[in-house]
Design a binder for this molecule. Structure first.
Ligand SMILES: O=c1ccn([C@@H]2O[C@H](COP(=O)(O)O)[C@@H](O)[C@H]2O)c(=O)[nH]1
Length: 231
């Protein structure tokens, strides 16, 4: 059975054992899982295959960013691994994004959703100024969204705070939103945050949630509360 909720649980752990221990407490019908840089660098493709065998759809969150050929071949490798979603940085530019799209279009069978990372949810205006961008995060997200749309990507990683503007400007694109924090919980290093319910109401299609579940005293209860909040 495919997943019935918009929740993607980030398995940000230093090893296989901890990641699979949390996965064992999750139901693939109630959430998808995300394998990011830490877990993948430690465990490699095997962890993705294991999670898929357990019934999970996997978002491979490696945020590829390189020259067009290198990035497109990395996306191809992810597709051959069978992942449900893969992402690349929009700031790699139109030629890089188009190369990834074209490479996936040449693959037979099920292809992963190709998602463009816009502005990391840990960044605010002053962080953009620090890298030479004198612009509000939302404006930069909208610029990169235009590029993603032109290249034929399936969606964007952004903050749910930008979802209303994106749903108006780019209604075709799926919105994958980290920076989700239940009311009253610590923002940690995130800056552009919303609660799960606010994010859905704003127009998010998928909610990426890590520490509020993985670091909770009772992860099962934390996930159940989130699912209940979303209705
Ligand atoms: O802009 C981005 C892109 C990716 N992430 C990833 O999402 C999770 C969020 O984890 P939390 O513990 O809920 O903060 C994490 O794996 C990030 O690498 C993001 O936060 N922002």
């Amino acid at each position: 059975m495919s997943c019935q909720t918009p929740i993607i649980v980030a398995l940000d752990f230093p090893g296989r054992e901890a990641a699979l221990a949390l996965a064992a407490r999750l139901d693939p019908a109630r959430c998808r899982v995300k394998v990011g840089k830490e877990l993948f660098t430690r465990c490699g493709p095997d962890i993705v295959e294991t999670l898929q065998r357990q019934g999970f759809e996997v978002f491979l969150d490696l945020k590829f960013h390189d020259i067009p050929n290198t990035t497109a071949m990395a996306v191809k490798a992810a597709a051959e691994l069978g992942v449900w979603m893969v992402n690349v940085h929009c700031s790699g530019g139109l030629r890089m994004l188009s190369a990834c799209r074209e490479t996936l279009d040449g693959i037979h069978g099920r292809r992963p959703l190709l998602i463009g990372v816009t502005v990391l949810t840990s960044m605010e205006r002053e962080d953009l100024a620090g890298i030479g961008l004198d612009i509000e995060p939302q404006q930069q997200v909208l610029r990169l969204a235009a590029l993603a749309e032109r290249a034929g990507l399936d969606g964007l990683v952004c903050s749910a705070q930008e979802a209303p503007a994106l749903k108006t400007a780019r209604p075709r694109l799926k919105l994958v939103t980290p920076g989700i924090r239940p009311a009253g919980s610590a923002p940690d290093d995130q800056r552009r945050i919303l609660t799960p319910r606010q994010a859905l109401e704003a127009g998010s299609d998928y909610l990426v949630i890590g520490r509020p579940i993985s670091q909770a005293t009772d992860p099962d209860q934390a996930l159940a509360a989130l699912v209940a909040e979303l209705g």
